[in-house]
Design a protein around this ligand. Structure first.
Ligand code: ATR
Length: 290
């Protein structure tokens, strides 16, 4: 059935560059329909996020998702920034409250919540968490995990970037090559410090490089929980290796769904059922591969 668009229909959108691959329009429009909300969500590619912010104000757009490469550069154009978003230095959600623009970050909770759900204790407190990567995604994950009481190690290819983030979250820095070596020593000598949780925030393993993994499989053991934020493919080489080693695994779609659910709640005040969001994304992914 065709949706009826009227002058009263509220507009929500995503700004990014590129945005053609985004699955956010799919989940938000599906949820608007499910809850009979008279709203529409569209994807806009912009060259400069200032143009996007002006559009939100001038067109009365009610809310927006912000994606790569604008999550950091948008901050200076907003009227208010939520505390978590300010701490991370990145905004992925904008709410238009009567012309006054508020910035939020739902990536942070999006990463932490599925991880907590995977752990029997339901908590990250005191866990040794190795985060691979030190870019924008790593920042959101690291701040979220730190807030939940985790001990953070930033594992990165380049030292400078890794050390900066490690200092910001009161964590340690380890080079990726050392991590892959050191952890194999750990599996021989259990007295050395261990890793409870590994989270990949880099694009290693993403289509088309599906045979790559940032982690040496020999370091994985069944006490670990391994999360990948890559969701294309859903089962990355890292997650396959982790599954083979008996680890608990959390796939990248979980983070995407959680951040989207938190965003929809900011947009509408409604906590959406995550299972139907996941099913709808999986159905869409399957269709694309037919
Ligand atoms: P995003 O904002 O999406 O996190 P980014 O800021 O480009 O993206 O950060 C990408 C991260 O993935 C970086 O930490 C990068 O490592 P460097 O700091 O050494 O560049 C890491 N990364 C990307 N490709 C990688 C690869 N092939 N091997 C190891 N690390 C990689």
């Amino acid at each position: 059935m065709t949706k009826l668009i009227t002058p009263a229909t509220k507009l929500y959108c995503i700004f990014g560059k590129p945005v053609s691959h985004s699955m956010s329009p799919l989940i938000h429009n599906m949820l608007f329909n499910k809850f009979s909300i008279d709203a529409l969500y569209l994807a806009f590619q912009v060259n400069d996020i200032k143009q996007g912010v002006d559009a939100i104000k001038n067109l009365g757009i009610k809310g927006a998702s912000i994606t790569i490469p604008f999550k950091e550069s948008i901050l200076e154009h907003l009227d208010e920034i939520d505390e978590t978003a300010r701490e991370i230095g990145a905004v992925n959600t904008v709410i238009n409250k009567d012309g006054y623009l508020w910035g939020f970050n739902t990536d942070c909770a999006g990463a932490v919540e599925p991880l907590k759900e995977a752990l029997s204790e339901n908590s990250l407190k005191g866990k040794n968490i190795s985060i691979i990567g030190a870019g924008g995604a790593a920042r959101a994950v690291a701040f979220g995990a730190k807030k939940e009481g985790g001990n953070i190690t930033i594992v990165n290819r380049s030292k400078e970037k890794g050390e900066v983030l490690a200092i910001e979250v009161n964590g340690k820095y380890l080079s990726l090559s050392e991590f892959n070596k050191q952890a194999s020593i750990n599996s021989i000598n259990n007295n050395l410090e261990h890793t409870d949780i590994i989270i990949n925030t880099t694009s290693v393993g993403m289509t088309p490089n599906i045979d790559e993994s940032p982690v040496n499989p020999s370091i994985l053991n069944k006490k670990m929980t391994v999360m990948d934020i890559v969701y294309n493919p859903l089962e990355t080489k890292l997650l396959k290796d982790a599954d083979d080693a008996g680890c608990k695994i959390v796939d990248g779609l979980s983070m995407f769904i959680h951040q989207g659910a938190a965003q929809f709640e900011l947009f509408t005040g409604i906590k959406p059922p995550r299972q139907i969001m996941r099913e709808s994304v999986l159905k869409n992914m399957a269709k694309k591969h037919q």
